[in-house]
Design a binder for this molecule. Structure first.
Ligand code: THU
Length: 137
């Protein structure tokens, strides 16, 4: 059975609670539905050496690839400190999402008031960088 958008947000909210964010106190959870309907989750994992912390989206993409998923059909993201805000993915994560996206991929964000915003990759990362496979060069 296909995962509903509500279920995807529920999973993102659940994994957000497991985030390791002692420095920023900004917890983020992400849930990806892949091309076969499987769901992969990830949260941000900070580090005392700040720049090496991982974003929730990167963690969820890592889980998807490790479990054999290929394409992001939808990625639901929930983040915030005390209050949940609309957490738009950082620039690096937009590029990470683009790597495993197609023209139908949706990035869906929900704030604490329950407002949902949805974007395509082209909207969040216009004119994005991509390499052609070596066979097409
Ligand atoms: N963060 C994410 O996990 N995803 C985003 O899209 C934006 C930011 C994390 C990184 C850091 O642990 C914390 O949120 C504050 O920037």
């Amino acid at each position: 059975m296909a995962t509903s958008e509500d279920e995807l947000f529920e999973k993102a909210a659940m994994v957000r609670k497991r985030a390791y964010a002692p420095y920023s106190k900004f917890r983020v959870g992400a849930a990806i539905e892949d091309e076969s309907g499987r769901v992969h989750i990830g949260c941000n994992v900070e580090n005392a050496a700040y720049p090496i912390g991982a974003c929730a989206e990167a963690s969820a993409i890592g889980a998807m690839i490790a479990e054999g998923g290929k394409t992001i059909r939808r990625i639901a993201i929930i983040g915030g400190g005390e209050a949940i805000e609309t957490c738009t993915p950082c620039g690096g994560c937009r590029q990470r999402i683009a790597e495993f996206a197609d023209e139908n991929t949706e990035i869906i964000l929900k704030d604490g008031a329950g407002h949902v915003r949805r974007f395509s990759v082209a909207e969040l990362l216009p004119e994005s960088f991509a390499l052609k496979p070596a066979s097409q060069l």
